[in-house]
Ligand binder design. Sequence first.
Ligand SMILES: [Zn+2]
Ligand SMILES: [Zn+2]
Length: 356
Amino acid sequence: MALHEYECPACGGAMEFNPKTQKIKCPFCDSEFDVKDYVANHNSDSAGEAADDYMTNPAAGEEDNSQPMYIYRCGSCSGEILATESLGSMKCPFCSNNVVVKEKFTGRFTPDYIIPFTKTREDAIEAYKGYVKSKKLLPKVFFDQNHIDEIKGIYVPFWLFNATQNYRGSFDATKVRTWSDSNYNYTETSYFDVVRVGSERFERVPVDGSKEMPDDLMESLEPFDQSKMVPFNMGYLAGFLANKYNVEASENRDRAINRMHSSTVSDFRNTITGYSSLRAREEQCTTSDESNKYALYPVYILNTSWNGNNYLFAMNGQSGKFVGNLPFSLSRALAYYFPIAGAIAAIAFVLFSLFA
Ligand SMILES: [Zn+2]
Ligand SMILES: [Zn+2]
């Protein structure tokens, strides 16, 4: 496997994609290039060489859910870089060289599009700090600077589905009117046959194509502004992690179509208003004109394991929207509430003494 490196043409340093300027920049001599120009002019394909593919063996009796691991040899320091099968862009842990395994983003793995990072790692760290600060009862490990430094920018593979949903629904509806005079109460019920027929076109409904990423977490990071999506270029990966897809489009298709279905059904139902009652007689939604594309989306991630559970903080690398599930620590809760409880008890005691 060929490794692709991002050597600075001026000083030989490892170049990185800069989310602020949207250019590829050398942190050592500040040389800056347009992503397109750089990759076209300074492609250093042969600089690295992958070592033999290497697979980890699960311990006896243990189920192996892990991916096979690969070892690559860094082209600039010869150090060994260990990576999962799907990881295609990473940093050499010894010399901080940024490398991309070309095979992970070429051939059938070539992304059609990429949304480049626009938020920096510093933005993500700041968002994380603000978030944990607002949660006083978190275990200490979540505040450790060493731990916070583990926040990583990663391009996550997404399948984007296009399809038309053709809706047809018929309903029995009623309108009820009541009034009274001095002798009687009146109720008038009118019956209606309500029909809705139409179609809705969906473009680029994203579903994440990575086994490692929880689907619901990725959905909660939406929306991504797809108008800022650009044709894929490896230059955007420099300095970031990136996974190739390991869930096929066909496996993700139903999840996307179901999302389209439910939003079509609710859109059409929302046009039926003003009735006292509504009952669906027949309702169907069929799919046509389907196609899909493959794209990489920018996400910052911080993974924490605590008390045997995994906790995830994630931020949309384009909009800055973040989500997380963080635990509640009983010992910190007690430490936090006890002094207050103690103070209240003391005040109560003083008051009691005063009035006794
Ligand atoms: Zn340089
Ligand atoms: Zn290296």
